[in-house]
Design a protein around this ligand. Structure first.
Ligand code: NAD
Length: 359
């Protein structure tokens, strides 16, 4: 009963024409930012997360605390829990689902491949089944990934390009996710928007990502490993700042249209959309390191090694004209500025004062 009350309160809408959104992966990096942004503009938000230990769970708990002080309640559960999902959809008539729960990271798939199947395939299907039977059916916006472009060499990547060369199991599960959601769209009339995020970074970020672990190692005086591609070419990423991604997510929710439902009267086909959300200005990894050095005022100890073929791709670069046109998406933060904000957050979160840890 207490639980239901918390869920209902969190789902309350405080603006005209607002939405009630179930955000999966709400204790995660992107999920916590999106949940806060929705809540701030008056939408109802309920989070869901299993708080797994893929990376430091205390960071997830800290995000949860931040959300809680802002009125967002996170249900601690796995997206594979069909009963729990059914109960949630019973308690709240969610208009939208923002699905961000997943096993992320390309390298960890070599250690724990089953976790990708569990969250990104089985979990996705369980969630789709719950959305299918929910009344009303929510519109779904979910995170695919730039990794679906795999070893494509034609840049910038556009949504119509082939995605038939995944370089990691992670990429394969995201590609499978696109096929799975497409099926639910055309059989059951669910409104689906898949967002291919390009290397998202920023405050409250993910400790397993390079910009984050580089920062930690540089501050601790440890070496960092910088991978280099074939023929000694530097790797490059289309690093995209979290606030830009959040705007793209909100723009997607705002334009996602209604699900049409399977039986009964159809109001025409429900939309199935895919968008790149990137920054359209790739930066090499050595440049990323130089920017971090300048913000941290510490020189990095670099080990430059050849890319070991563990799932990384040589470069990513988004064409964002579709998102620009249909979602009003317009990234505004360059890497220099975004990393400055990240470093500021990092130093304060981990208790550094003038570059020295505070005990
Ligand atoms: P994250 O790991 O910080 O967030 C994911 C959250 O989902 C975590 O809090 C985790 O505990 C939760 N979760 C995982 N499996 C779950 C399950 N079975 N049930 C319930 N909760 C579960 O990652 P993120 O960077 O915030 O990524 C969000 C989404 O965006 C993911 O789908 C990811 O694949 C995708 N994505 C992220 C990036 C990026 O650069 N951050 C790039 C491309 C795609």
């Amino acid at each position: 009963i207490q639980w239901e009350k918390q869920v209902r309160t969190s789902a309350q809408i405080h603006r005209q024409g607002g939405m009630s959104v179930l955000v999966t992966g709400a204790a995660g990096f992107v999920g916590s930012h999106v949940s806060l942004a929705l809540k701030r503009r008056g939408d109802g938000v309920v989070g869901l997360d299993n708080f797994n230990d893929y990376y430091d769970p205390s960071l997830k708990k800290a995000r949860k605390a931040l959300l809680s002080t802002n009125g967002v309640f996170i249900v601690e559960a796995d997206i594979n829990d069909a009963k729990l999902l059914a109960k949630l959809f019973d308690v709240v008539a969610f208009t939208h689902v923002m699905h961000l729960a997943a096993q992320a990271g390309v390298r960890y798939a070599m250690e724990n491949p089953q976790s990708y199947v569990h969250s990104n395939i089985a979990g996705l299907v369980t969630l789709m089944e719950a959305c299918k039977t929910a009344n009303p059916q929510p519109a779904i916006v979910w995170a695919s990934s730039s990794s679906v472009y795999g070893l494509n060499e034609k840049v910038p990547f556009s949504e119509l390009d082939q995605t038939d060369q995944p370089a990691s199991l992670y990429a394969a599960t995201k590609k499978a996710g696109e096929e799975i959601t497409h099926t639910y769209n055309h059989i059951y009339g669910l409104s689906i928007t898949g967002l291919r995020f390009f290397t998202v970074y920023g405050p409250w970020g993910r400790p397993d990502m390079a910009y984050f672990s580089f920062t930690r190692n540089i501050l601790q005086g440890k070496h960092i490993t910088v991978y280099r591609g074939k023929n000694r070419v530097d790797l490059a990423r289309d690093f995209t700042y979290i606030d830009d991604i959040v705007k793209g997510c909100l723009g997607s929710l705002d334009t996602s249209g209604k699900s049409t439902g399977s039986g009964g009267k159809k109001r025409g086909p429900a939309p199935y959309r895919i968008f790149n959300l990137g920054n359209t200005s790739p930066v090499t990894v050595p440049t990323l390191v130089s920017i971090l050095e300048s913000h941290l005022k510490v020189k990095a100890k670099r080990n430059v090694v050849d890319m070991p073929g563990n799932g990384d791709v040589p470069f990513t670069h988004a064409n964002i004209s579709s998102a620009r046109m249909e979602l009003g998406y317009k990234p505004t933060t360059d890497l220099q500025t975004g990393l400055k904000k990240f470093v500021k957050w990092y130093l304060s979160y981990y208790g550094y004062n003038h570059g020295k840890p505070v005990n």
